[in-house]
Ligand binder design. Structure first.
Ligand code: ATP
Ligand code: MG
Ligand code: MN
Length: 560
């Protein structure tokens, strides 16, 4: 690979800069949707950290807001001004003040439509337009990228660590990984994302955000081949370790052809991809994006609803007859027995619309951990001796997640059949699960199915922490999306890897295992394609070894 932009790779020693301190940063807190008590606490946090609060958004380097939607924001500030600033949630302020340095704005983007701008306008990246120095060496980024810093706190209920019946280890062996030493083993021109290092935030994150708009536009219009092309290009750029300053640098990367190459060149020249900019402002794109942000509404349904004239969440609420303000009313809900396997119902869409504002609010790591602890405590009542791993974006190091993904198992083979349903019933009776959007049960192996472990039991739920916990939003129990997955112990690590993501990492892992081993890998296990014989892995590293892959820490699997 060319290294003609090596000057951007300052050594860690020289990278400490004013951007690593909160002192003197000018912040505007938009008061709308923040209650006076919380406002007071935020101002205290800011003052304690030496932040300078300003009275007008125009004068701020960072804007803190609890508003998520463009329409609502426009009632309080000029959209043209908003586009030039990073807009972050109040969690950015509390987390940064606590840490004593600014966290990357992109991880706390408040307004989805301005996520790209928020990354680009973050003080870190305005200093040097997203160079490797800021993203790889700043204290805030390294905090995301060091596996040790991300290890969850010890569990008070101490789950088991080993399954004697199968030899499977039940605790993650992903810790103690030296990223610097591992780097030499990887080649960013490899065609498989599972053989490249992809950090959460890469040196070319602004470009990635623009390409994500392109990808999403193709998704919304139902063009899967084009979606895959963009996904691959994004994954390739995610693993490129330097800031791209010339198109020449990316011509050696896989999946960057003439078309995407031109977009990269445009981005280098102007900081934008013209087509992505056009989509971002197009009424159709914005509407389809908002409609599909509701779990259960896919691009096809969204396009149908768009043709009926629906444009936003308010339109959807009117269409489905949902009243969002009826907080006291519990979500209308089916019992798990009512829900047929795999059927996403209108009831699910209605449930999401009722709690839409809640479930589009990002979840900080501490709350993810608290949710997992609470769920696990209830699981212990249903079945003693289970183990779990929090997977998904949390495990890949995201500071803020859209949902919580937890994979469970039990050390005794065959014990866990039907446990998912029992756990969901228990959580429902404790008023923690307010809605089940999908519940699929374990299906016994059958001659018709290729894999011995055909499907995992899983429940996609809407969840609220019990009232006694510390995570309140102005005294309200905020609804969260929680995915619960049960894996038989023999395939626990395949399930954990499968549910850790990212999606492109998984995709290429499946492809790699098929191409190099002749095996089928997915979250339900590894099977030899020749004779359907299962391959047993006793730990997460063992899965990598069996597949012939160098170990990659979850924090470096961010290929999307
Ligand atoms: P965030 O939740 O913050 O948006 P995420 O990466 O956790 O980010 P999820 O949609 O929660 O996104 O998915 C987590 C991972 O689980 C994905 O990367 C995907 O590989 C896997 N996954 C999601 N849904 C399924 C499914 N139905 N079957 C198998 N694996 C899935
Ligand atoms: Mg998730
Ligand atoms: Mn999920």
């Amino acid at each position: 690979m060319n290294s003609d932009d090596d000057e951007s790779m300052d050594s860690p020693e020289t990278s400490s800069s004013t951007t690593n301190s909160l002192k003197g940063i000018k912040i505007f807190i938009l008061q709308a949707k923040i209650n006076p008590e919380v406002m007071g606490a935020l101002m205290d946090d800011a003052e304690g950290a030496g932040i300078k609060l300003v009275g007008r958004p125009e004068d701020a380097e960072i804007i803190v807001t609890e508003i998520r939607m463009r329409k609502r924001l426009e009632r309080h500030m000029d959209w043209e001004v908003a586009k030039t600033k990073p807009l972050v949630t109040s969690a950015w302020l509390t987390s940064s003040a606590k840490a004593g340095y600014p966290f990357p704005c992109g991880e706390f983007a408040a307004v989805k439509d301005l996520a790209g701008e928020t990354i680009r306008n973050c003080p870190d990246s305005t200093t040097c337009k997203g160079c490797a120095k800021c993203f790889s060496n700043s204290r805030s980024s390294s905090m995301q990228l060091t596996p040790d810093a991300l290890s969850p706190p010890p569990n008070p209920l101490s789950p088991p660590t080993f399954s004697p019946a199968t030899g499977v280890t039940l605790v993650s062996d992903s810790l103690a990984w030296d990223l610097e030493r591992a780097k030499d083993k990887f080649d960013n021109s490899s065609r498989y994302a599972c053989t490249r290092l992809c950090p959460l935030v890469c040196p070319n994150q602004g470009l990635v955000e623009e390409l994500r708009v392109m990808k999403q536009a193709r998704e919304l219009e139902g063009e899967p081949r084009s979606v895959l092309a963009y996904s691959r290009a994004i994954a390739a750029i995610k693993s490129f370790p330097h800031r791209i300053t010339s198109e020449r640098q990316v011509t050696d990367l896989p999946y960057i052809g003439t078309k995407i190459g031109t977009m990269v060149a445009d981005y280098i020249r102007t900081g934008h991809i013209p087509e992505a900019q056009a989509f971002s402002t197009s009424i159709r794109f914005r509407a389809l994006k908002e409609l599909t942000s509701v779990h259960g509404i896919g691009p096809l349904t969204a396009r149908r609803l768009y043709d009926l004239g629906l444009r936003n969440i308010t339109d959807l609420r009117n269409y489905y007859g949902v009243n969002p303000d009826n907080d006291s009313q519990d979500i209308e809900s089916l019992t798990p027995d009512d829900i047929q396997d795999g059927k996403e119902s209108e009831v699910g869409i209605k449930a999401v619309l009722r709690v839409y504002d809640d479930i589009t609010t990002l979840i900080p790591r501490a709350e993810v951990e608290e949710i997992a602890r609470c769920v696990y405590a209830e699981l212990c009542v249903v079945q003693k001796g289970c183990a779990y791993t929090i997977t998904g974006g949390y495990r890949r190091g995201k500071l803020m997640s859209n949902d919580v993904d937890i994979v469970f198992t039990h050390p005794t083979p065959m014990v866990d059949r039907g446990l998912c349903k029992k756990l969901v019933e228990r959580l429902r009776s404790r008023r923690m699960v307010s809605h089940v959007m999908h519940l699929s049960s374990f299906r016994a192996p059958s001659a018709l199915r290729k894999s011995q472990w055909d499907t995992l039991e899983k429940a996609l739920t809407v969840f609220r922490l019990p009232p006694e916990t510390k995570f309140y939003d102005g005294g309200k129990r905020i609804h969260r999306r929680v995915d619960l997955i049960f894996a038989p112990v023999e395939v626990y690590w395949c399930a954990v890897i499968g549910w850790t993501g990212s999606t492109m990492f998984e995709r290429d892992l499946r492809q790699w295992t098929k191409d190099k081993r002749g095996w089928k890998f997915d979250s339900t296990g590894i099977v030899k394609l020749s004779n359907s014989e299962p391959v047993l892995a006793t730990s997460e590293r063992h899965v990598f070894e069996l597949c012939g892959l160098e170990w990659i820490d979850p924090t470096m699997r961010n290929a999307d």
